[in-house]
Write a protein that binds this ligand. Sequence first.
Ligand code: M6R
Length: 366
Amino acid sequence: DKCGYEHFMLKEIHEQPHTISDTFRGRISMDQSNLFLGGITDVLPRLVQARRIIIIACGTSWHAGLVGEYLFEEYARIPVEVEYASEFRYRNPVIYADDVIIAISQSGETADTLAAIKMAKESGALILGVCNVAGSSIARETDAGVYTHAGIEIGVASTKAFTSQVTVLMMMAFLLGKKRNLISQEAYEELIAGLTQIPDKIQEILSDEQYIKGIGETYKDATNALYLGRGNLYPVALEGALKLKEISYIHAEGYPAAEMKHGPIALIDENMPVFIIATKDKSYEKIVSNIQEVKARNGKVIAVVTKGDDVIVKMADHVIEVPECHEALAPLVTIIPLQIISYYIAVLRGCNVDQPRNLAKSVTVE
Ligand code: M6R
């Protein structure tokens, strides 16, 4: 049931304040001083001692994994590799028994991810799952795991499953950082409190839907688009580009903002929309110069900025404001306007948003 929405994708975008709450509900202590991940409690000592974390996934779930990489390295100081399941399974990867593998999959049925898990089992490494569908093949093949609890996702373009996967990875990273004594109780509580405020912040972005749709109207006839971000917002750029290409059939690419000058900058002219995720964090000054570089070549800049930004507003063609939040949590809010804009561009182009051509919701063949 679409509950009055025109498409499942739009309904699922709007569900995110609730689905993210469902992901952390019951996993945060009443006084917000601690996190509990019941599904991995028994194996937590092995995770805390992990020599390395290898994340395997495909598509949007792989993008969530890339956000996880930043968080695990920043907060838990554990080295992380994020691998496409399809590549990982056909290499001869080096896996140590004290590695921890985390397979991320909304459906829990993706053939390559499932096969990669089976292959990795021989190494003796602990294998965890981050799945949305309870009792799915990947959930059953893994040693333990954390369900995302985003509810059934019908739109082929993943939206709420992504934000729930990222929420789980955030909780895992903060918990590991605390257990490894790398973050203070105060910092830990600040992160937990910040996470609980995310649903309201997303609600605020959703109330700007008509404004964001208007920007979509301006760019609906584009043939190409670039998405740029830095740090943990680089995976958000990749995810924004995937959302646009898979439902609107506009060619779109995501890049780390600083990589632009190593090639993609040659593509920029007055017809190229460039979506730049430019919220206030430690890379802010650098992203401001990236915006200047695009504007100097007459590219069109659509910037996702922190509310109240008074610098980028003067440089960009359009700004979309998002509420301020802890830098670690920014992927959860910044992806929302990119999902909305992709949705409206695809609708305006007359595309079948919920079932894009050539695509299956769950890729159960290799
Ligand atoms: O069910 P999974 O999370 O394993 O699916 C992985 C990809 O097939 C999936 O994320 C795909 O890229 C989506 N169409 C993205 O919106």
